[in-house]
Design a protein around this ligand. Structure first.
Ligand code: UDP
Ligand code: MG
Length: 310
């Protein structure tokens, strides 16, 4: 029996890429006679002609092409979630529309699942050529930090591009959290994953929607949603300062008893007050970050809102 592969494609201001993507995947699909492809384009509140481009494709190939259009930009994570919920295929692939995720890897991914028995075949970039060096440096640091402090391991350079079995997709859908960090979620659900490696590809069209600051915030979110270590660091700092302060206090009392107490030490006093104040604010900030996440989580808002669907 022929299996269906659902391909989830999040799109944000990608009017040129959408038709190019479809053509590129159709070329690969022609080499896969035993598999039917279902396209699920998600328009994540694009301001350009992305939605009309999707409507055109859908009219051309109504049986295989579907799209979901959000009422505004909800972010790639929300788009992926919407796609996973709507996908009906036996296997589900997640792919960027800018062709930075080479569709030519699909046959190898299918083989990984059907022949080698993996539940998921993911991809990782071995090079970051074409990327600003500062970004590569921080990306490397991010993987080091999160793998150090989180139980959930994230492979360095792993992309969202992957093919998963229905069983794994259902497991992911059980995770209904509002703060979605897909790289962590894919790893958290477990299952056997094989990684294919490839060289970094340039976008076919359009520009990346990630600024350096955007990526930085995204990586902090990843750490906060998948690790409690920063909270432990906060209490450790508190405990450590308490010990230091206690030792200093004993020292000062003994010194006062032995040598008397000439009034001095104003600068050191102020320094200590400022330092402890700073540490307290830092720890409050860490705690606040988690409270912010809890706040968004308990509001239980929908992850996305659909305006149009076909
Ligand atoms: N994307 C999205 N919503 C957003 C930002 C990006 O759906 O708010 C999509 C985008 O259209 C692309 C994918 O997510 O298909 C990856 O984005 P991009 O290529 O900008 O990121 P990069 O490849 O530079 O990491
Ligand atoms: Mg890209």
């Amino acid at each position: 029996m022929s299996k269906t592969i659902s391909i989830i494609v999040p799109c944000f201001n990608e009017q040129e890429s959408v038709p190019l993507f479809y053509a590129a995947v159709e070329k690969v699909a022609a080499q896969l006679p035993d598999h039917a492809i279902e396209y699920l384009f998600i328009n994540d509140g694009s301001a350009d002609q992305t939605l009309p481009a999707m409507r055109t494709l859908q009219a051309q190939d109504p049986e295989h092409v579907h799209y979901i259009s959000f009422s505004r930009n909800f972010g790639k994570e929300a788009a992926l979630y919407a796609g996973l919920q709507a996908a009906t295929g036996d296997y589900v692939a997640v792919m960027d529309v800018d062709l930075q995720d080479p569709p030519a890897l699909l046959p190898e991914m299918i083989q990984g699942i059907e022949v080698e028995g993996y539940d998921c075949v993911g991809t990782r970039r071995t090079t970051r050529a074409g990327e600003p060096p500062v970004r590569s440096f921080f990306a490397k640091k991010f993987y080091q930090i999160i793998n150090h402090i989180s139980q959930t391991k994230i492979v360095d350079g792993a992309r969202d591009y992957r093919l998963m079995t229905r069983q794994m997709v259902d497991a992911i859908l059980e995770m209904t959290e509002y703060n979605r960090f897909s790289k962590g979620i894919f790893s958290w659900v477990g299952f056997d994953t094989k990684y294919l490696e490839y060289q970094n590809q340039d976008r076919v069209a359009g520009t990346t929607s990630w600024s350096f600051w955007g990526l930085f915030k995204y990586s902090l979110d990843g750490i906060v949603t998948f690790s409690e270590t920063p909270l432990a660091i906060a209490s450790f700092i508190g405990f450590f300062s308490f010990i230091i302060a206690s030792i200093a206090l004993i020292f000062i009392i003994i010194r006062a008893i032995i040598f008397g107490d000439p009034t001095s030490g104003w600068p050191s006093l102020i320094s200590v007050v400022l330092m402890i104040g700073g540490l307290q604010l830092l720890c409050l900030g860490i705690v606040g970050k988690y409270i912010g996440k809890i706040y968004l989580e308990v509001k239980n808002r929908p992850v996305y809102i659909v305006k149009e669907k076909k």
